[in-house]
Design a protein around this ligand. Sequence first.
Ligand code: AHR
Length: 554
Amino acid sequence: MLRRREFLHRSVAAAGATLFTKKFSSPFFAPASSADSRIEIVLDEPLGVISPNIYGHFTENLGGVIYDGIWVGEDSKIPNVNGIRKELIDAMHLIKPPVVRYPGGCFADSYDWRDGIGPREKRPRRTNFWAGEESPSAPAAHKYDPNQFGTNEFVEFCKLIGSQPYLAANLRSLSAEDFYRWVEYCNSPQGSTTLADTRAAAGYTDPFDVRFWGVGNESWGCGGNFTSQEYAVEFRRYTTWVPAYGRTLSFIASGPNVDDWNWTRGFFEELVRKGKSQIRSVYGWALHHYAWNLSRGRTQDWNQGKGDATNFDSVDWYELLREGQRMESLINGHWQIMAENDPEHSVKLIVDEWGPWYKPGSEATPGDLLEQTPTLRDAVFSAMTLDIFNRHPEKIAMANCAQLINCLNSLYLANENKFCVTPVGHVFAMYAAHQGGQAVRCMFSAPDIHYDRDGKPASFWALNGSASLHDKSLVITVVNPSVSESRETQLVLHSAKIKSATATVLTHSDIHAHNTFDQRRAVTPQTKNIDATTGTLAYTFPPASVTKLALELA
Ligand code: AHR
């Protein structure tokens, strides 16, 4: 049973503040006097520049992500560009994808990059890391990697969508030399090495110029079951004297699972045992957090604790968001521990796997491993997570949503010639406007949401978001997580006037709403102009919604 509590109004130090009003040009606008919530934007309190790479993606050779999702092959009847699904390329142009991680995930630590270069017809078939998890009906390509999509095709994909590649190297089952050779294959100048010639023979004379290199993945688990100290020793070894070809390589170390503080502390303590300067070898510390446990405290069992992607009640809705909200304390907690050995914070956090993880059953293509159907709940979750990243621009250098297509928190679903953008994909399109913006402080005041968690009271915040500024363009993104209550809100903007404004809203009357191959536009954002005349800007955020307010300042 949901109930609302009295709202505690936050006082506003508004000396010199300019307040603006708008007329009510849509059902989402309400008189300022009825507002029970407030958003204050403090333009002269910059938090840092939002790295575009926070809006990054992840594509693992897992289930239908690569084969069917991205790669359809040059001879396919499915429209493609050099073998890559054209509809995906076109859709991705709308989200300005800055960076894509590949080939895993756990797959990365079983992958030999050499299998995926050279003439495609000569490439070997190998057992995929995930083969044992695949259903008997899964396509052969999902179990036995045909290696038709390798480094060349991945870099081609990145070029077509305007992204930078982020390659995850195999630390568990290949040597440091193999890692150097992969760097050499990708980055050595034309004609300089045998591997540069091999690359040229495939049609790529210019170096790929790959900057981001992951050194193992989940090295505490599938990536080798190391202790944090053992992993730090390996990290030092793998990253010492890697050929750079005149560019800076940014090494990303395999960081903690969720709140494994010991992994973070142990790694950095061991790393600097060889001297403080070792810190400089790490560009990013990779944190993974999946929101999976919807058991309401009943179990920590990985299989038992998961919820259903499309069949859920309002308590499940809030429980998922609570799991996701943990991201903020994980960022702060690991950041603090990193400071023990890196007080200047030269190492940044890279959240290179995040999203909800449900039990099987909602696959758009039955049999696709780890595929789930994202609903409006996942859109709200994703917006909330991106807002968290935006609020910590000095800490987060990159984040990669897991995973791009036909997988966990996917932006797209595809099967053969069918394709759709999920509500999560729409959130990425809405939030692209934050990329590279100056994050500014914004304060949200709203009555908390209260709900009954199996006989015990539980609560969740009622309005939150982030704001960023590009010159005179201010973008404010706001999540209203309530399944039933709209939020009548006053927007207060310190030291600026609004010239014009639009609101883009993603919501639906059914919290389970999602897009399918047949109903591709069930959940789509709507954009409206806001009449931004003088006075106080009032706006009503509908229940279960993600909103982007785009303001042009005078
Ligand atoms: O994203 C699916 C898997 O989750 C990845 O392969 C692994 O890194 C994580 O455990």
